[in-house]
Ligand binder design. Sequence first.
Ligand SMILES: *Cc1c(COP(=O)(O)O)cnc(C)c1O
Length: 389
Amino acid sequence: MISHVLPTYNRAALSFERGEGSWAIATDGTRYLDLGSGIAVNVLGHANPALVDALTAQAGRIWHVSNLYQIPEQERLASLLVDRTFADTVFFTNSGTEAAELAIKMVRKYWDHAGDPDRIEILTFEGAFHGRSTGAIAASGAEKMVKGFGPLMPGFRHLPWGDIDALEAAVTDRTAAVMIEPVQGEGGIRPLPDQDLRRIREICDRTGTLLVLDEVQCGMGRTGRLFAHEYAGITPDIMMVAKGIGGGFPVGAVLATEAAAAGMVAGTHGSTYGGNPLACAVGARVMDIVADEAFLAEVNRKGALFRQKLEGLIAAHPGVFEGVRGQGLMLGLKCRVSPADLVKACYAQHILTVPAGDNTLRLLPPLNIEDAEISEAVERLDRAASSLA
Ligand SMILES: *Cc1c(COP(=O)(O)O)cnc(C)c1O
């Protein structure tokens, strides 16, 4: 008989009843060191007092009014994002998938509005993850996501990951946009070198193609900059954000330049829940904390500390680990064993990790993880690796 919850996940036999900072406490009282953050979501850890305060203060005022009215909390969060990024305008969603969906619509509308409606092709990359809507799975093109769900939405062309020559050759007068994660998350913590991102920007500029960055996973301070593309010194035309921006509350957003958003006039897009007062009150508090330069400098310092300790771990277990990659606190351990086995061995040591593509184990701790917790994490990873040998 089918489970009451649609069985689309292979869930671990673990459930949590509360959390404190970097720790998730299971129903049997066991404390797990959370190096997954609910897949890069809980950027400020569990039950962060500042976020609990933002949420409960707003909960006592008003939760939801719909986008038929002005929403001051939404305007505040939009201003915080516009002030701190390339963007001139923001649309709020409830998830990364919905942000991808709008990004695709915005690209198509841009060219229609520009009088070039046949310019619809979006170039994407192997290993990409943009969400689970019919549009987002078509954008990714990965067999495991699209199989059985056809016919797929047309208009995407998939290129080898990081192959900028292939990208250059693929751009035609039908190319509408390039959509890429500056650091692939689900694909296995694969950062695109800064010079490659700069070259993509240059190709887009030369051909008038829009550049859409998916920073759903690598954005919001995860890499040690507010957004990962800042390292390359370039800006996109459109950017998707979600995961970290709500610190655990469902919030997503599409950021765009005024030019890229030119076709998105009244009536062209909407959302009942998107940008509601609760979501935006929490998102604004997350921005207040994470967009601070001193906070981001700490993410970088902790990322370097974690990485240095992981290098020691890899040296001690050459049969288990091949190397470490990533930036800031978005780290991937490339494995010689199955990452799924390693995740299980980590449960036994009471640490939460997340598997990814390309035989990689993801480490995505809260951005405010303490130094002592990083040491503790590496000791437990060491024991987990030993248990596999
Ligand atoms: C998680 C993710 C998405 C989808 O976000 P959801 O909130 O799960 O819909 C899109 N893009 C990237 C890069 C992601 O990591």
